[in-house]
Design a protein around this ligand. Sequence first.
Ligand code: FES
Length: 107
Amino acid sequence: MSDTLHKLARADAIPEGRLRCAEINGHRLLLAKVDGQLYCTDDLCTHEDASLCSGSIHGYVLKCPLHNGCFDVRDGRALEEPAEDDLRSYPVSVRDGDVFVEFGDDD
Ligand code: FES
């Protein structure tokens, strides 16, 4: 099934270097802005049941609040144990100041 564009937020409502939670069809997502660029990954850590939105971001490194596993927010790649499995990441675009994420209805 093809991905659908979902409007999640206003671009100016996502401060630089902060994390924002969002949800599409009950699926929790994380939004972040680094160097003016927006990124979207799953919110749920791949290690255990922790919300990464409650963690922190340092440059492009997203740190889990539970066991300090780290991911690259640009592509969801796991960088530091105990996180071993990558996060899913989703394409983000901005139109007229609105943030859209490509997310499949079967995701
Ligand atoms: Fe995220 Fe363990 S739950 S590193």
